[in-house]
Design a protein around this ligand. Structure first.
Ligand code: ZN
Length: 149
């Protein structure tokens, strides 16, 4: 489905804004969970830092640093905005919905909760860009897994 001109403009504005002015950018000092992800085919790198609530259920803080293409950095920035403060269960559900959206693999169960992230839907036609869009989310998953010992 081709993007309308309005949607393409919005897409470019939002992606450029997040890649130039990333939200929740930086590191979280220890103790925290951390994972590094890289996407050699594009040269993108993302580090994700997060801190869980004392009961381990909630992602109380979430930050990232990285470098690479606008899609990888914008996806990371938007992800931190949407996931910070959510429960681990909600984060996992949103990750799966985002994966379905960008891979064109099924219908998200709660597309509304993804907010601006739905603007990345167009990458599903470009497998190389799907890796860019998913990079931060893979790192988030790795960071959460590192806490499950
Ligand atoms: Zn990339």
């Amino acid at each position: 489905m081709p993007l309308s001109d309005d949607l393409r403009d919005l897409y470019q504005q939002v992606i450029l804004d997040h890649s130039r002015n990333p939200r929740n950018h930086g590191e979280i000092p220890p103790p925290c969970l951390h994972a590094h992800g890289d996407n050699p085919s594009c040269g993108d790198e993302i580090d994700v830092w997060l801190r869980l609530s004392e009961d381990g259920q909630n992602i109380d803080d979430l930050k990232f640093t990285g470098q690479g293409c606008a899609i990888s950095q914008a996806s990371a920035s938007m992800m931190t905005q949407k996931i910070k403060g959510k429960s681990q269960a909600k984060a996992a559900a949103m990750r799966e919905d985002f994966r379905r959206l960008v891979m064109g693999d099924g219908t998200p169960t709660d597309e509304d909760s993804l907010g601006e992230l739905v603007l990345l839907e167009g990458v599903q036609k470009f497998p190389q860009r799907v890796k860019c869009a998913m990079l931060a989310w893979r790192a988030l998953e790795q960071a959460l897994e590192s806490g499950r010992v």
